[in-house]
Design a protein around this ligand. Structure first.
Ligand code: CAA
Length: 381
């Protein structure tokens, strides 16, 4: 087993780190306060190839491996988890699925501008009554000539206001359950398609999460992804890919909390010495670093398996489950080490906690990850 990164992977990691520190970090506090979408940053990330990292150059992507993507996600999420999720959705939930299951028409028309970062994507599966229980889709699409007519509501959609192209999952045959679900690409501006107001969230405040409403929205039949009836399968397989992206986001957050805690513990003095010299603090730092390493290794393992063309469903869920829980734990410990200073906005650690919590919820809650892991284990043993 080799834990060394290749020269190319190290180069991507360094360029993501430079971009994160120089271009994202300086304005992240302000954006969190105002809940402002980082439009300029996302545009620059597109120009640098961060929005279509794993898409083949044939479709205008950067053609990089999953490990490079995970490394870049960690660096970017470490300074701003809102930017991290915007990037993760475009890479994992949108471009990945379109390249793998989209028709040539879909790839030429939608994937290419998404991979170049000229257009932004969103993934619309969740509904008011279909979150964890994702097969219970109420959004309905009915065939009418050469179009499908969509009616329904989607909830909690990341990039919901800013996206240009939306992957929308809808029931097309009510009698067929999850085998009667289909995935579509819907363009912003299509008549009958509207987005709601931006949710006022606890964390990742500068990403724009909102609902989507479809009222007799006519979508051309060539916008069907894969084929009619394959939409649930498509969504599940796409989410497997999304989960190591969110795991990487959580690793970035856990690392940010750890680094803030270690820095502060070397500066702050109590009882005549830096608090880093107290065993109570050392034990916390040791646990934070150990958990962080374990989360990072699980995430890189899931990415390495995908790069090797091996099964990675269970491993992606394990990485997402563990890393998201470590992100929350490390943020709580970082606040504890900072004492009262950790509880105020002036220090970043309170934001790390707010931003971390969502990683245990979106792209499948921790409870759903445990279900997926257990079902895979029961198949294997
Ligand atoms: N990978 C591939 N296929 C999968 C799968 C996986 N991880 N999980 C289930 N499937 C397949 C099954 O094999 C089955 O297919 P067949 O009928 O062809 O055999 C089909 O899906 C149905 O599976 P189940 O019978 O297991 O269905 P279920 O209803 O018991 O459970 C579930 C399914 C795993 C709980 C699923 O509903 C699920 O993953 N729920 C969570 C949904 C989720 O993650 N939502 C996140 C929203 S997106 C988001 O957050 C994006 C954002 O903006 C940040």
């Amino acid at each position: 087993m080799n834990f060394d990164l290749t020269e190319d992977q190290l180069m991507i990691q360094e360029s993501a780190r430079d971009f994160a520190q120089n271009e994202i970090a300086p304005s992240s506090i302000e954006r969190d306060k105002k809940g402002e979408f980082p439009a300029e940053i996302v545009k620059k990330m597109g120009e640098l190839g961060f929005m279509g990292m794993m898409v083949s150059p044939n479709y205008d992507g950067a053609g990089l491996d999953t490990i490079s993507y995970v490394l870049a996600m960690i660096e970017i999420s470490k300074v701003d988890a809102s930017v991290g999720v915007i990037m993760s959705v475009n890479n994992s939930l949108v471009t990945f699925g379109l390249e793998k299951w989209g028709s040539e028409y879909i790839k030429e028309t939608f994937l290419k501008p998404l991979a170049r970062g000229e257009k932004l994507g969103a993934f619309a599966l969740s509904e008011p009554e279909a979150g964890s229980d994702a097969t219970k889709q109420k959004t309905y699409a009915e065939k009418d000539g050469s179009h499908w007519v969509l009616n329904g509501i989607k909830n909690w959609i990341t990039n919901g206001q800013s996206a240009d192209y939306y992957i929308v999952i809808a029931q097309t045959d009510k009698d067929q359950g999850h085998k009667g679900i289909t995935a579509f690409v819907v363009e912003k501006g299509t008549p009958g398609f509207e987005h709601g107001v931006k949710e006022d969230k606890l964390g990742i405040r500068s990403s724009d999460t909102c609902s989507l409403t479809f009222t007799n929205c006519r979508v051309p039949e060539e916008n069907v992804i894969w084929e009619v009836g394959k939409g649930f399968n498509f969504a599940m397989n796409t989410l497997n890919g999304g989960r190591y992206g969110i795991a990487a986001q959580a690793v970035g957050l856990a690392e940010a909390s750890f680094e803030a805690a270690i820095k502060y513990s070397k500066e702050r003095k109590t009882f005549g010495t830096e608090i880093a010299n107290h065993q109570a603090i050392q034990f916390k730092l040791a646990d934070m670093a150990t958990n962080l390493d374990a989360a990072k290794l699980l995430t890189l393992r899931a990415a390495a398996l995908k790069d090797a063309g091996k099964p990675y469903i269970k491993e992606a869920s394990m990485a997402k489950l563990y890393a998201s829980e470590v992100a929350v734990k490390n943020a709580l410990e970082a606040i504890q080490i900072h004492g009262g200073y950790g509880y105020v906005r002036e220090y970043l650690v309170e934001r790390f906690l707010r931003d971390s919590k969502i990683t245990e919820i979106y792209e499948g809650t921790s409870e759903i990850q445990r279900i997926i892991i257990a079902r895979q284990l029961l198949k294997e043993y």
